[in-house]
Ligand binder design. Structure first.
Ligand code: PEP
Ligand code: MG
Length: 578
């Protein structure tokens, strides 16, 4: 009998295949006492398993396909670091020796103790580290228990790709599974911002997350359809339903093939408006793939990923090399954002001491941290300025909330440039410095900021969080996170209008810019530069090429005038379908 299930569609497309359920973290862990003579053998067994876990992860890391967001490699690096962390590994050895228990039970005890510590943490980023402890421990446990294939063995050539159903999947699992061929993923946990979701999107595999009880409700081996657009799974479909979804899948495949034809075409609307489509990147390696996917340059390089998952801070030379690599890899313009640390992105290097703030998102973050620690900023500014000698870069300042902050940062950059020139380094004559518009204050004061900034880039991820007072990583309230809220749309329009009046170019680099459902609305609000995950560029380009911007600008006025969410939604549906 057919069964419909609903979760959150996190990666679009239709997947059809037989269900393959994966066991997750729920391993049965034996506990027994050791004879004294066996203790050292047990220690060796544990250390061997830990080494093997490291080898596996290193191998998986080397297989990450091009175009995958840099944060995925960084995520695996975190697990590699954790596998060397004394609080995990040496503590287990001490437990085996001290309590003469088997390796599995010692690891379980230490895993539970560390998880409890992370659970107590106020900071959401640190709290989420407990998942890393669990993933890493599960990897070693599976090796110890000789169940090290959470991921099934390689499929035979003929067998059809399965629908993988799991409680949760690590990035490493997803990379392995994708290489073997997967029709779709269904997980019980996670949401659109989880790593499963990010990775499934970069592999183009349909996925549903947040479907509780999926492993109980979907039976091993039965046929299932996964609709990643709508977040539905259909088990054991009737022939008619199956036919409907097969036809939908075939249409989507043809569609995707047609999209690649647009790669080298400029994004020009039907009424002749030229739009720039740029890529958001997280690591210099990502730059190489952005152009392959149709991006004309880089609109946001999130440099904080150079600082994460390590014990020390990157020096000027290391940063210079990374920026120079991006400049060498990208033909078009490159906007590099200065350090945006704080809130959900904390460094391990211990450069920040003191108590954890109650509201890190409202605290010492991004440009505030850089102005408080000018040495940190100066090192980065010098590296950026040296890289400017090799190609056209722009410097973008995150979380600007006043003219004062902008000017202070600009002065530090100017002073660094003067010093570099005095030392005999080559630095470009003109390096445009711009402001991110991601705090409501910046949008409201955009006409004043436009007197100083050479460009704006609207960061909707934070602009929405700060305008609607919704912590973007708090699962309890993220249902309120709404890019179409009238207050958000008005702030976006204000920033664009201020730019238009002052002749300051305005881009958008938040997730909203890469969401095809919002493309026409943003064109109507006057946006001419979109920066997004490279995988979305072609779809957004097709919509632009099929739009009449003058007409959309008239219709956007009605959206801005609407006071009810329903009306906003109806008007936008009209944009997209009529
Ligand atoms: C944003 O806030 O929209 C943005 C692009 O910055 P981040 O997501 O890195 O905070
Ligand atoms: Mg931001």
């Amino acid at each position: 009998m057919s069964l419909w299930l609903s979760g959150i569609g996190v990666s679009r497309g239709i997947g059809i295949g037989r269900v393959q359920r994966l066991h997750g973290g729920d391993l049965e862990i034996p506990e027994y006492a050791l004879e004294p003579a066996d203790v050292e053998h047990e220690v060796t067994r544990f250390v061997g398993a830990q080494r093997r876990a490291k080898d596996e992860l290193r191998q998986i890391r080397s297989q990450i396909p091009g175009g995958t967001p840099g944060e995925i490699a960084a995520f695996i690096d975190t697990h590699l670091l954790m596998l060397d962390d004394r609080s995990l590994t040496e503590a287990v050895v001490t437990l085996i020796r001290g309590t003469q228990c088997n390796a599995e039970s010692a690891l379980k005890k230490q895993r539970d103790a560390l998880t409890a510590v992370f659970e107590q943490m106020e900071d959401p980023y640190l709290r989420s580290r407990k998942d890393d402890v669990q993933h890493v421990s599960a990897r070693i446990l599976r090796i110890l228990l000789k169940q090290d294939k959470s991921v099934p063995a390689q499929r035979t050539e003929q067998s059809e790709p399965p629908v993988i159903v799991a409680d949760d999947l690590t990035p490493a699992d997803i990379i392995l599974l994708s290489q073997q061929g997967v029709a779709a993923f269904v997980t019980e946990y996670g949401g659109p911002l989880s790593h499963t979701a990010i990775l499934a999107r970069s592999f183009g595999i349909p996925a549903i997350a947040g479907l509780p009880g999926a492993r109980r409700l979907l039976r091993e081996g039965e046929q299932a359809v996964v609709d990643g657009d709508l977040g539905h799974a259909l088990a054991d479909p009737e022939p008619q339903a199956l036919h409907f979804f097969e036809a939908k899948r075939a249409r989507q495949r043809t569609d995707r093939a047609a999209l690649t034809q647009l790669r080298d075409k400029p994004a020009i609307s039907r009424d002749g408006v030229r739009i720039k489509l740029l890529a958001n990147i997280e690591m210099s390696e990502d730059a190489l793939h952005a152009a392959d996917l149709g991006a004309e340059g880089v609109g946001l390089y999130r440099t904080e990923f150079l600082y994460l998952n390590r014990q020390d801070l990157p020096g000027e030379e290391e940063q210079y090399q990374a920026y120079a690599r991006v400049v060498a890899a990208v033909k078009g313009p490159i906007t590099i954002r200065t350090l945006d640390l704080g809130a959900d992105k904390q460094v391990d290097s211990g450069s920040r001491q003191g108590p954890t703030p109650n509201n890190p998102a409202l605290g010492l973050r991004a440009i505030r941290l850089c102005l408080k620690e000018p040495e940190l900023f100066r090192t980065q500014a010098r590296a950026l300025l040296r890289a400017s000698a090799h190609g056209a870069i722009k410097i973008m300042l995150p979380m600007i909330s006043s003219v004062q902050e902008f000017r202070q940062a600009q002065q530090l950059i100017d002073a660094a440039a003067a010093q570099l020139r005095a030392e005999g380094h080559a630095v470009a004559d003109q390096i445009p410095v711009g402001a991110m518009i991601e705090v409501p204050a910046a949008a409201l004061a955009a006409p004043l900021l436009a007197r100083h900034a050479r460009f704006f880039s609207i960061g909707t991820n934070d602009l929405i969080q700060y305008t609607l007072a919704i912590d973007r990583v708090d699962e309890e309230v993220n249902y309120l996170y709404d890019p179409l809220h009238p207050a958000v749309l008005r702030l976006i329009r204000m920033a664009i209008e201020a730019g238009e009046r002052a002749g300051v170019p305005v881009a958008m680099c938040g997730e909203m810019a890469g969401d095809p459902r919002h493309t026409r609305l943003l064109l109507g609000l006057g946006l001419t530069e979109f920066s997004m995950h490279p995988a979305s560029v072609l779809e957004v380009k097709r919509i632009i090429m099929d739009s009449n911007v003058a007409e959309l600008r008239r219709r956007a006025q009605q959206v801005l005038a609407a006071d009810r969410m329903r009306d906003v939604q109806d008007l936008i549906a009209g944009f997209n379908h009529g």
